[in-house]
Design a protein around this ligand. Structure first.
Ligand code: CDP
Length: 229
């Protein structure tokens, strides 16, 4: 793909399927930017928690939306996302496990989704992107140039998330991580608006037994293959 060409690559999948690592690597290889749409839902979740808003009351969350401004800055490599919530850098804070839960609750609300989808489309108007999330290929960019759906078994995904948490020095049992992940999967797949679904025209890749290097290479080859046709 040439630098001058405008393209959108949509990568969807459940939590800890490997999609963000693959998306970042691809963006580096293709010399474009990576956008983590989940970080935007996390930033809304963080605001709601910090302001003691009842996260289960859609009306209360909706009322707060005009007070929320989210901006993503890409570091020089294009892949690292620096997330600003009302101009405060919250890149680290939004990764707390409790914020994963808040993010998936606010993500059920149409008002929240509308605001964030607008932002996601605006970013991609100006530049080529690899964007990952839950509804990127189905709702945000139904005409994306490439769509991938990344999966892995829930045990493997919980294991990956548990290792991440452990590396950060936090204590949580594998069983608890697995239960939280399953809860989030269920909420993300069963919500009424933009549920997690494989886009009908996406290429599905199961990463359970693949290394990160192998995963990235598979997607890269698929992109090259299609372009050569
Ligand atoms: O990184 P991880 O897989 O844990 O999740 P994330 O991509 O950071 O997304 C956090 C939450 O935001 C998800 O559980 C979804 O509920 C929500 N989300 C969404 O609804 N739509 C997106 N395009 C991205 C995330």
């Amino acid at each position: 793909m040439s630098k001058n060409e405008h393209f959108v690559i949509a990568i969807d999948g459940p939590a800890s399927s490997g999609k963000s690592t693959i998306a970042k690597n691809l963006a580096r290889k293709l010399d474009c930017i990576y956008i983590d749409s989940g970080a935007m839902y996390r930033a809304v979740g963080l605001f709601i928690r910090e302001n003691n808003v009842d996260v289960d009351a859609e009306k209360k969350v909706k009322e707060k939306l005009p007070e929320i401004s989210i901006r993503i800055e890409n570091a020089k490599d294009g892949a690292t996302n620096i997330v600003f919530l009302n101009e405060v850098n919250v890149t680290e804070q939004i990764r707390q496990p409790i914020i994963s839960q808040y993010a998936s609750i606010v993500a059920k609300y149409g008002s929240v989704r509308k605001k964030l989808v607008q932002l996601q489309r605006k970013i991609a108007q100006k530049q080529s992107v690899v964007m990952d999330g839950r509804d990127i290929g189905t709702v945000v960019f139904p005409n994306a140039d490439f769509k991938f759906f990344i999966t892995a078994s829930s045990k493997e995904r919980a294991n990956r998330r548990w290792k991440e948490i452990k590396d950060k020095g936090e204590k949580k049992s594998y069983e608890q991580v697995l239960q939280e992940l399953k809860g989030r999967d269920k909420r993300d797949s069963s919500r009424q608006i933009a549920p997690l679904r494989k886009p009908h025209d996406a290429i599905e890749i199961d990463t359970t037994n693949l290394t990160i290097g192998e995963q990235t290479q598979i997607l890269y080859e698929k992109i090259k293959e299609k372009l050569a046709r």
